[in-house]
Design a protein around this ligand. Structure first.
Ligand SMILES: *[C@@H]1O[C@H](CO)[C@@H](O)[C@H](O)[C@H]1NC(C)=O
Ligand SMILES: *[C@@H]1O[C@H](CO)[C@@H](O)[C@H](O)[C@H]1NC(C)=O
Ligand SMILES: *[C@@H]1O[C@H](CO)[C@@H](O)[C@H](O)[C@H]1NC(C)=O
Ligand SMILES: *[C@@H]1O[C@H](CO)[C@@H](O)[C@H](O)[C@H]1NC(C)=O
Ligand SMILES: *[C@@H]1O[C@H](CO)[C@@H](O)[C@H](O)[C@H]1NC(C)=O
Ligand SMILES: *[C@@H]1O[C@H](CO)[C@@H](O)[C@H](O)[C@H]1NC(C)=O
Ligand SMILES: *[C@@H]1O[C@H](CO)[C@@H](O)[C@H](O)[C@H]1NC(C)=O
Length: 679
């Protein structure tokens, strides 16, 4: 009997065991979270990690990326990034080779590695954004800030985190209530350690590995913290910061050692992340993949010579230099108590918000970006400055906090408006790489008569250095100009200027605010002894997270006018550069692919294939060369905020230059009006 029962029992046990193994595979981890806006991060990760690694997709992605890097103007600088940008040094081709050899379990793991590699280039113009895995954003109900109090700087959980995160709605807050995690009591807590490290050390790690976007380290430190901004709906907003709002789901919780507000007792708190779905709706694993991960009709470029692709009213395409995907995508408004209470002046409905401070002498223009409506930006600038002049305002304060850039010509417009049209060319000398495919594109465009309405390569986009537009057949890539970077020969295009004129508004011939020394005060000590103090009437403030054309604009104000620039934030003892990342023009993957297809070169052996997945591999396509040293891209010129004062008497003058970096305080980190008043 026993011998006959036992086999049966074993057979049953095997059936049970195989059921036990088969059962979890039958549960669809994506169906489990479908249609829910906020889900536990581990659940969202289970969905994202349910797609196995696929060698075909890896080869496709790496071939595209590698051929995009052929166009990347800063590639060879990475071999040995000059100080203070050493942190970004890497061998891009070796990184790609490593990723092509690495064993990955899942498509997620592969994509995260590519994402991390491009993130750590710290150039927001040159990044891999896989829509499949950017479909959720991780949110921690503990955004952090660095504040000075009684002369001491410390990391705190943002004091307004309850007001701020409540704006995410009950779907967000209910989750924490359900798991009985009281995040509200953490508001204002002093943070001593994060993940077992001194708080500022951990902030530095996030700045080095998660933030990306900015070549200098200081602006990335500020990116880790929560800060005010204007979002892409033109509303005042508060970034949650990279510690509490990273783009990828790589963490499920963060452990803090902190002292709660109103307490003196240290405690250890582990705070869970919650994942916010921001992708395209899905119902299960299959539709998650189809809707978020597979290439769609927006992923790749098009041949603009084909009738159905052409714009019936062709216009010049405006070059852009802007950051993308600065988390969180789901914008959170600036909580009402911290909004400016001053009435805005005319021209404040778009990306620019302008005010007159209570001193009645200072006009403030807060530029959220250089995006939005191209002409409205110009009419709004004119309206605000006209309003300032009508009110006899003498000082202009420009806030560029969290300004991710936009249209190249709007940066040059603002510079020319402030400097007056008599100033001359308001931009930089520019180049793109003259790699063999780039040379073929330009030759093919010229041969086919393709112009600026279809191509950024077309010569009629650009002007010679004397500002004469290039003739339609001028091949600025042949002959190429020699350029050696870190010992590598990297032939480049001939240098050219942008063409931004005519602008949409009448430009003042002379600066509306004197950009030169202006006497602020004279002290008369006796009939022969007077001392005069001169400073500048125009100043810029920001948190250094000023990128792309924003960085180019502030660098122009610094290089051409010595405008006073102050930066807020950073960590104690570390300088923050006022410009985050200054390329001259970014091409999205679709832009580059469109150039190649429109030139008729998609079949060229050097051309990248179409992407099979939904993603963007953008790159910095043009370099802007420093006015002060035309052998250096402005991205690699270190420029710190400065304020000059000139103290003079009749025979003698002393110029003092101060670096101006101020810590945020509890009154300024989320309150633009308080910050402007302080400034
Ligand atoms: C919460 O999420 C549901 C979808 O699950 C949505 O219909 C609802 O509008 C959300 N509620 C709020 C307050 O945002
Ligand atoms: C890998 O991806 C390619 C392209 O989407 C697809 O055709 C192929 O079936 C995938 N391979 C596996 C094993 O899923
Ligand atoms: C990517 O970077 C994040 C943040 O540093 C890290 O947690 C993760 O392990 C990295 N993943 C890979 C595959 O490198
Ligand atoms: C700390 O005390 C102040 C004043 O009583 C109160 O307004 C604030 O809400 C308290 N903070 C927390 C986190 O309990
Ligand atoms: C501006 O100054 C002019 C000339 O001094 C004066 O007439 C005018 O009233 C002032 N306007 C305002 C709004 O103060
Ligand atoms: C100007 O200042 C210098 C330096 O303080 C001083 O030596 C000189 O006497 C002053 N000249 C006049 C005319 O005040
Ligand atoms: C700016 O300041 C530097 C250093 O003091 C000086 O050499 C330069 O001429 C100044 N440029 C302008 C435009 O004022």
């Amino acid at each position: 009997m026993l011998s006959s029962i036992c086999p049966t029992f074993v057979a049953l046990a095997l059936v049970a065991a195989s059921l036990a193994i088969a059962a979890p595979a039958a549960i669809d981890p994506c169906a489990k979270i479908a249609g829910v806006p906020f889900v536990p991060t581990a659940d969202a990760l289970a969905c994202q990690k349910s797609f196995p690694f696929n060698e075909t997709l890896r080869q496709n992605v790496l071939t595209v990326i590698s051929r995009v890097f052929d166009f990347y103007t800063f590639e060879d600088y990475y071999l040995k990034s000059p100080p203070p940008f050493q942190e970004s040094t890497t061998n891009i081709r070796a990184d790609i080779a490593r990723i092509s050899r690495t064993h990955y379990e899942t498509d997620f793991d592969f994509n995260v590695d590519v994402y991390n590699f491009t993130t750590k280039l710290n150039d927001g113009h040159t990044r891999w954004f896989p829509n499949c895995y950017n479909s959720f954003q991780n949110l921690l109900p503990a955004p952090v800030v660095s504040l000075e109090e009684d002369g001491q700087q410390n990391v705190f959980i943002a004091l307004d985190s309850v007001e701020l995160l409540t704006l995410l709605g009950s779907n967000f807050t209910d989750f924490f209530d359900t798991i009985q995690f009281d995040w509200r009591r953490l508001a204002g807590a002093k943070v001593l350690e994060i993940e077992g490290m001194p708080a500022y050390d951990y902030i530095d790690i996030v700045a080095s590995t998660v933030s990306g976007n900015y070549l200098p380290h200081g602006p990335r430190v500020n990116s880790v913290f929560s800060s005010y901004r204007i979002d892409d709906t033109n509303a005042f907003s508060q970034r949650i910061g990279d510690l509490a709002g990273p783009e990828l789901l790589t963490q499920t919780a963060l452990t803090f050692r902190l002292i709660p507000a109103n307490s003196t007792r240290e405690e250890t708190v582990t705070v869970p992340f919650l994942a916010n779905f921001i992708g395209r709706p899905f119902t299960d694993k299959e539709s998650f993949w189809a809707n978020n991960c597979v290439a769609n009709d927006q992923t790749n470029g098009v041949d603009l010579r084909v009738q159905s692709n052409t714009n019936p009213h062709p216009t010049r395409r405006q070059p852009r230099a802007v950051l993308k995907g600065v988390a969180p995508k789901n914008a959170i408004g600036l909580p009402a108590p911290f909004l400016p209470t001053l009435p805005p002046v005319d021209g404040s409905s778009g990306v620019i918000k302008s005010f007159i401070l209570p001193d009645k002498k200072t006009g403030v223009m807060f530029f959220g970006s250089f995006e939005g409506d191209f002409n409205e930006f110009q009419t709004d600038t004119l309206a605000a400055i006209s309003a300032f002049q009508a009110a006899n305002v003498t000082h202009l304060l420009i806030d560029l906090t969290n300004n991710g850039g936009g249209f190249v010509c709007l940066g040059f417009f603002l510079h020319e408006f402030l400097a007056g049209s008599n100033f001359g060319y308001p931009g930089y000398q520019s180049t793109c790489r003259a790699n063999p495919l780039a040379q073929k594109i330009l030759s093919a465009d010229i041969a086919q008569g393709i112009d600026e309405t279809m191509s950024f390569y077309a010569p009629d986009n650009w002007a010679f250095l004397n500002d004469t537009p290039m003739p339609d057949n001028f091949n600025y890539n042949s002959p190429s100009a020699p350029l050696v970077i870190n010992g590598h020969s990297d032939p480049t295009s001939q240098r050219f200027h942008d063409i931004c004129t005519p602008f949409a508004v009448p430009m003042p011939a002379a600066p509306p605010f004197d950009l030169r020394w202006v006497i602020q005060r004279t002290y008369v000590f006796s009939s022969i002894m007077t001392i005069t103090l001169a400073t500048r009437n125009v100043a810029i403030v920001s948190n250094g997270d000023c990128a792309s054309i924003c960085a180019m604009f502030s660098t122009l104000m610094n290089e051409r006018h010595n405008t006073t620039i102050a930066v807020f934030g950073g960590k104690p003892g570390e300088p923050v550069e006022f410009k985050g990342m200054a390329g001259n023009q970014v091409l999205e993957w679709t832009d580059l692919d469109t150039e190649i297809k429109t030139a008729g070169l998609k079949d060229d052996p050097l051309a990248p294939p179409d992407l099979l997945v939904s993603a963007d591999m953008r790159h910095n396509w043009r370099t802007a060369w420093s006015f002060l040293d035309e052998s250096k891209p402005i991205a690699y010129v270190s420029e710190l905020p400065k304020c000059e004062r000139l103290v003079m008497n009749t025979s003698y003058g002393i110029l003092t230059v101060h670096e101006v970096q101020f810590p945020y305080t509890k009154d300024t980190y989320n309150n633009p009006q308080n910050l402007w008043t302080f400034a």
